[in-house]
Design a protein around this ligand. Structure first.
Ligand code: LMR
Length: 401
């Protein structure tokens, strides 16, 4: 019977991992998948994570299940990190939280919860957005509609168009997926004023914020990157959060994330937790332990916590340095050519990604002629660049443009 199965559609990011791995050129620059790389091109285990692992190994006495909603310390400490320990979201008892299998697991659980609460909700996603948002959220059966977000040619946020689309076509109860920080794939984040304006519009239209925050700490800093989320949590009666520990704790393969639903009352929070737990039980029965236990250990231990923050800050500063270096190299090499715009956009954008104004053919040329790996959409992961080869990278980009 399996011969009747349909061939799998290609996945842009998974495909790029394979393609880049098969290129053994010493000149290779891999800006494909969104993982942090250090100056040697490695993605090492963070020091705080290694130390927490040693402690956990020594302390662990059982492999019993951790419970349907996951590790309670992780759920509490990571929620506090996201919303702020003294925030109303945390102190009011209105927050339902559960550990999830990475940010993706959190997105899926969040979308399932929205569907259970309001089966007629549409989920609005930005154009462009992370390539897996639509398949992942769409698998729940919820309809998905796009809102304009970014103009690839002018490299600016289409904020007026975004607001106009949501104002005209979204209906009460619809969910709007917003990237909390370090927008994937553009790196273009809303300003504080834009967060306020979108919050006002969504409140007026009774739309539900569905915040995906996968890069907290890699944009402007941990608290700064939660600005939008916290603004929404302070003003909305309800909200859904999908947060990831993949990038900021470097725990990619451990699959650690958090789903949270801010509800109107503590009683509603209990109902939401019940349904998240039931969905988890039906999908994977019980969540895994290791990654969330590591995050809980790091956040609870003052020394490990301080060490982790320092390492995260170093990663952030390095990526920002690479952004500036690439922007400077583009300006230096393009003279008066109209690439000042691209350089300025790259320098101002946040987190791992920027979207170059290249066509899929130009992206292919970068790969085949220059061993520079980026997605066909033009997305680059700046953390894959190196200071020593930044001039060559700028050269290659300008050559295909
Ligand atoms: C990415 O956007 O490259 C990462 O989030 C990895 C993935 O699974 O897509």
């Amino acid at each position: 019977m399996f011969e009747n199965l349909k061939p799998t559609p290609p996945d842009a990011i998974v495909g790029m991992i394979k393609l880049a791995a098969a290129d053994h050129s010493p000149d290779k620059i891999d800006l494909g998948v969104g993982i942090y790389q250090d100056k040697s091109g490695a993605t090492p285990v963070m020091g705080a994570v290694k130390r927490a692992e040693t402690l956990l190994l020594a302390e662990e006495t059982t492999k019993k299940y951790i419970g349907i909603l996951g590790n309670p310390s992780f759920n509490r400490l990571f929620s506090e990190l996201m919303f702020g320990a003294d925030s109303e979201a945390i102190t009011s008892g209105r927050l339902a939280v559960a550990q999830a299998a990475g940010g993706s697991g959190a997105l899926r659980l969040g979308a399932e919860l929205i569907k259970l609460a309001n089966p007629s909700a549409t989920v609005w996603v930005s154009t462009p957005t992370w390539a897996n948002h639509q398949p992942l959220i769409g698998s729940t059966g919820l309809p998905i509609k796009p809102y304009p977000y970014y103009n690839k040619q002018t490299q600016t946020i289409d904020f007026d168009e975004m607001c106009a689309e949501l104002r005209t076509h979204a209906v009460a109860g619809d969910a709007v997926l917003l990237h909390g920080c370090c927008h994937n794939p553009t790196g273009a984040d809303l300003t504080h004023e834009q967060w306020q304006a979108i919050a006002d519009l969504m409140l007026e239209k009774d739309l539900l914020p569905f915040v995906d925050i996968a890069y907290a700490g890699l944009g402007d800093g941990l608290d700064e990157d939660s600005y939008g989320l916290r603004l929404l949590a302070d003003s909305f009666p309800e909200l859904v959060l999908a947060a990831s520990c993949s990038k900021n704790f470097g725990l990619y393969k451990e699959r650690v994330g958090l789903v949270a639903a801010l509800t109107t009352t503590p009683e509603a929070a209990k109902l939401a937790e019940g349904q998240i737990g039931l969905t988890m039980r039906r999908m994977i029965s019980m969540p895994p332990d290791h990654g969330a236990a590591l995050v809980a250990k790091i956040l609870a231990d003052p020394q490990l916590n301080a060490d982790w923050r320092k390492e995260l800050e170093d990663m952030r500063v390095r990526m920002n340095g690479l952004r500036t270096a690439l922007a400077d190299a583009l300006v230096a090499q393009s003279g008066t050519h109209n690439n000042g715009q691209m350089a300025a956009a790259i320098a101002a954008q946040k987190g791992m990604f920027s979207l170059l104004p290249v066509t899929p053919e130009q992206a292919e040329k970068l790969r085949s002629e220059h061993s520079v790996y980026l997605l066909n959409s033009g997305r680059i992961n700046i953390a894959g660049a190196k200071f020593e080869t930044i001039d060559r990278l700028a050269d290659c980009i300008l050559a295909v443009l």
